[in-house]
Write a protein of this length. Structure first.
Length: 234
C-alpha cells in the first residue's frame, strides 16, 4: 500500500530552472517501515523543483528502532556531494556535542526536514538558501515516514525548518528550546537551535556560549534515555 500526496509545485528563483506554477505532481510514499524501501522511493521524488539543481537526494542515516531521532533543516554543500546527512562543519559540531553527553551517533537516526540542497551561487561557492514553506511541505511525507519507521523514544528538532516540519507550524526556538514538548510524531520532542548557529556566532565567546546551549539541550535527551548515565549524575 502506498500513500499519494498531491502537491502544487512553486516557482523557483534559481536561474535555468523552469517550474510551471500550475503543474501538479504526486509524491508516492510507500506505506512501510522499511527504511531502505523509503530511501529508494524518495530518490524518485519530484514534488518540488529542488531536485533539479541538487546533486542527489540526501536521506536519513541510522537504524530502525533507534531511541533518538535528530532532525536538521536541509543538506549542505558537503552533504549534497556525499549523500549523507551532517558530514560538513555543522555535523562536526553535532558530533562533538553528542560525544560530550555520551550519545553515540551511530545508535541514533539523523535526517533533515528537506532532502535536497537549496543553494545560490557565490563565485565558485554554493551558498545555503532557506527552504520555502512549500518545499518543506513537499518533503514532509518522507520525514514522517522515516520517523514512523524508526519509532523513536525521543525526537530532537534542530532549527526552524525542522520545527516547522515536525509541528506543522512556527514555534519560536528561543522560547521553546530545551523544553519537553509533544509533537504529532513523538510525545517526547525537544526543540534546539541548528548546530550551524554555533558556526555563525560572530566571535569565540558567543560561539562557545551557543555550543554550551546546544550541549545542554542534548544532555536533557541523554538524561531521559539513560537516567543512570554520567550526564545525569553531573
Amino acid at each position: 500500500m502506498r500513500r499519494t500526496f498531491w502537491l502544487k509545485t512553486v516557482p523557483d528563483s534559481h536561474p535555468g530552472v523552469s517550474a510551471d506554477r500550475n503543474k501538479i505532481q504526486k509524491a508516492t510514499v510507500p506505506d512501510t517501515g522499511d527504511l531502505l524501501e523509503l530511501r529508494a522511493a524518495a530518490r524518485k521524488c519530484r514534488s518540488c523543483p529542488l531536485y533539479l539543481r541538487a546533486t542527489q537526494m540526501v536521506f536519513g542515516e541510522g537504524e530502525r528502532g533507534a531511541d533518538l531521532v535528530l532532525v536538521g533543516e536541509q543538506p549542505g554543500d558537503k552533504e549534497d556531494v556525499a549523500g549523507v546527512p551532517f558530514v560538513g562543519p555543522a555535523g562536526t559540531v553535532l558530533d562533538r556535542a553528542l560525544a560530550e553527553v555520551h550519545i553515540d551517533r551511530r545508535k541514533c537516526y539523523v535526517t533533515n526536514a528537506v532532502k535536497h540542497f537549496k543553494w545560490r551561487a557565490a563565485g565558485k561557492r554554493r551558498i545555503h538558501q532557506k527552504p520555502s514553506a512549500r518545499e518543506i511541505e513537499a518533503c514532509r511525507p518522507w520525514l514522517e515516514a522515516e520517523i514512523r519507521g524508526v519509532s523513536p523514544k525521543v525526537l530532537i528538532c534542530m532549527g526552524a525548518t525542522a520545527v516547522r516540519s515536525i509541528f506543522r507550524r512556527e514555534l519560536p526556538i528561543l522560547k521553546n528550546r530545551g523544553l519537553w514538548l509533544s509533537s504529532p510524531l513523538c510525545p517526547k520532542t525537544l526543540v534546539t537551535a541548528h548546530p550551524s548557529s554555533v558556526l555563525r556566532a560572530p566571535d569565540p565567546a558567543q560561539r562557545n556560549q551557543e555550543y554550551e546551549k546546544l550541549v545542554a539541550d542534548l544532555a536533557k535527551a541523554a538524561e531521559y534515555l539513560n537516567p543512570d548515565s554520567e550526564v545525569a549524575l553531573r
